[in-house]
Design a protein around this ligand. Structure first.
Ligand SMILES: Cc1cc2nc3c(=O)[nH]c(=O)nc-3n(C[C@H](O)[C@H](O)[C@H](O)COP(=O)(O)OP(=O)(O)OC[C@H]3O[C@@H](n4cnc5c(N)ncnc54)[C@H](O)[C@@H]3O)c2cc1C
Length: 389
């Protein structure tokens, strides 16, 4: 296919996967537009203080490194084996990539994709065998509040899931009171040792959740409680009684992730350092008494009713894909695959894993390779291998 005949690609999200997908598309001369509701790698900035479990070399691609070195041959980057925080990675690699000569013209930052359909077509229209589907029609809103329609032939939805936390209540639905309380509690990995220290030091805190995000939070809270003895933490998880909250991955290739799980499990089972741990918890009620007036958390622990009155609540209960932007298309809820049921609409990155939190950047880079190999009809196409050689 000649470059001028190549399909127009719209990439939703200028996060780590959207940026890499854009670079891959540009390298193959596809016409591409990248939209981001905020700044480049905005979500990564929100957990910038977190030490990544993968070393720098696993978080970048050969195409990305080549692009940065082409722009500035004297650029200094962390070494491949270096442990980095998300902030180090964002500043050294992701932001310069977004500002690179190759990408800067195709980025539309502070431009939110509100919803997508197909021109002159409805989801309920009967299929016309053999007839091509019309192009995608995107309703986008700029930072100034102006709305307009754009058009594309292929959508790569890389909008992530970090901005869409799950509910803390039993059965995955909100606990009673949680909808109203939502703006007052934190669903994120707050910077407890840094910018949020004063918010948590000396307070009583309920932490809900038993994954790696909760492990990061409990580890930071335990350190805080050592410094500020009046801090008291109640850690609530679904895990079975007597079992460690975090399952350890046998021979985990990411040793920092395994160390984090080990530390969190240790804290739960030892229960010292101003920490109470409750397994087999079902949260039924999560009521906020008003801004900075505390919370009531209630439910059952191993079937027995329990409740707490605390100053702060952190719910690290995972994230889910937001499908409202594509609800006028036949996109199914993602479970690890980039295909969606809608021809030409691919979900990549963290969002493609739906409610599963095990996504890694390496897997995202492989998704990009496969999607472009399929688009070009060349199964073996691998720009990463070519550039690395
Ligand atoms: C705390 C934490 C630690 C992690 N550590 C690692 C690690 O060490 N190693 C590893 O491999 N992986 C790690 N991950 C997993 C994963 O690599 C990251 O979540 C990564 O940021 C996912 O990239 P993404 O591009 O899919 O999504 P995101 O980084 O979430 O980017 C999505 C982008 O889409 C934009 N957006 C959203 N909606 C719209 C819209 N409607 N219109 C326009 N733009 C929109 C957002 O502003 C954002 O910039 C970690 C994840 C978390 C949460």
């Amino acid at each position: 296919m000649k470059p001028s005949n190549l399909p127009r690609i719209a990439i939703l999200g200028a996060g780590p996967i959207g940026l890499e997908a854009a670079l891959y598309a540009r390298s193959l001369e596809y016409p591409v537009t990248v939209y981001d509701a905020g700044q480049a790698a905005e979500q990564v900035g929100r957990w910038g203080h977190v030490k990544m479990f993968t070393p720098f070399g696993q978080n970048v691609t050969s195409l990305g490194l080549e692009c940065l070195m082409r722009d500035n041959p004297r650029r200094e980057l962390p070494g491949a084996a270096d442990a980095v925080t998300a902030r180090d990675w964002r500043e050294a690699y992701l932001v310069p990539l977004a500002e690179s000569f190759v990408l800067k013209d195709c980025l539309q930052l502070q431009t939110t994709v509100l919803t997508i359909g197909r021109t002159g077509w409805r989801k309920t229209d009967p299929p016309k065998p053999g007839a091509p589907l019309p192009p995608f029609r995107l309703l986008v809103r700029t930072a100034q509040g102006q709305e307009r329609f754009d058009s594309a032939d292929i959508i790569l939805d890389c909008t992530g899931s970090y901005s869409r936390p799950n509910w803390a209540g039993d059965a995955g639905i909100p606990a009673a009171g949680e909808i109203a309380a939502r703006p007052h509690l934190s669903y994120w990995i707050d910077d407890i040792a840094g910018t949020k220290k004063a918010h948590y030091a000396g307070k009583s805190i309920v932490l809900i959740g038993g994954g790696y995000s909760a492990a990061t939070t409990i580890s930071a809270l335990a350190t805080l409680a050592e410094e500020h003895q009046s801090t008291w933490v109640f850690w609530l998880t679904h895990a079975e009684r007597g079992a460690a909250p975090l399952p350890r991955v046998t021979n985990d290739p990411w040793k920092d992730r395994d160390r984090l799980a080990a530390r969190a499990n240790n804290l739960a089972l030892r229960c010292d350092g101003n920490l109470e741990y409750h397994a087999a918890m079902k949260v039924e009620e999560l009521v906020c008494h008003g801004p900075d007036k505390g919370f009531r958390v209630a439910g059952t622990v191993a079937g027995k009713p329990m409740s707490w009155e605390v100053d702060r609540v952190i719910a690290n209960v995972g994230y889910r894909a937001d499908l409202t932007i594509c609800q006028e298309l036949r996109v199914t809820e993602p479970t690890g695959d980039t295909a969606t049921g809608e021809p030409g609409y691919h979900i990549l990155g963290m969002k493609s894993f739906g409610r599963t939190s095990s996504f890694t950047l390496r897997e995202g880079h492989e998704q990009i390779r496969k999607v472009f190999a399929a688009l070009g009809g060349k199964k073996g196409l691998d720009l990463y291998a070519r550039k690395a050689a």
